[in-house]
Ligand binder design. Structure first.
Ligand code: FES
Length: 117
């Protein structure tokens, strides 16, 4: 039996906590729960989770609030994103521990917004 992990998803209308099977790709878990990680054009023109198009960005923190650190980056793009404060690729994040995810309201295909702290 697989273990589930809570993921708090913050979006324009508030926040919800979903239960995600440990080891799932964050992008897939979010979309299956009805949350959209893509902007309008990228919904139909994305790389399918291969880490190539950079359109599936989210802000993410360890734990169930925004005070936690960002998860460690494995993908080269994610390492740069973490270093320079850009959104992380949800298709390159595996859910292993509780997370807080902020969905980004992207207006353009591939748009990446710098952090606004
Ligand atoms: S879906 Fe293309 S980089 Fe994530």
């Amino acid at each position: 039996m697989s273990e589930s992990v809570p993921v708090r998803v913050r979006h324009g209308d508030g926040a919800e906590t979903i239960s995600v099977e440990r080891g799932r790709i964050l992008r897939d878990a979010l979309r299956e729960a009805g949350f959209e990680v893509y902007g309008p054009a990228a919904r139909v023109a994305n790389c399918g989770g291969r880490g190539l198009c950079a359109t599936c960005g989210v802000r993410v923190h360890e734990g169930l609030d925004e005070a936690g650190d960002e998860p460690a980056a494995d993908h080269w793009h994610d390492a740069l994103a973490a270093r320079f404060g850009y959104p992380r690729l949800s298709c390159q994040l595996t859910v292993e521990r509780p997370l807080t995810v902020d969905l980004i309201q992207e207006g353009y295909w591939g748009q990446l917004l710098p952090r606004r702290d």
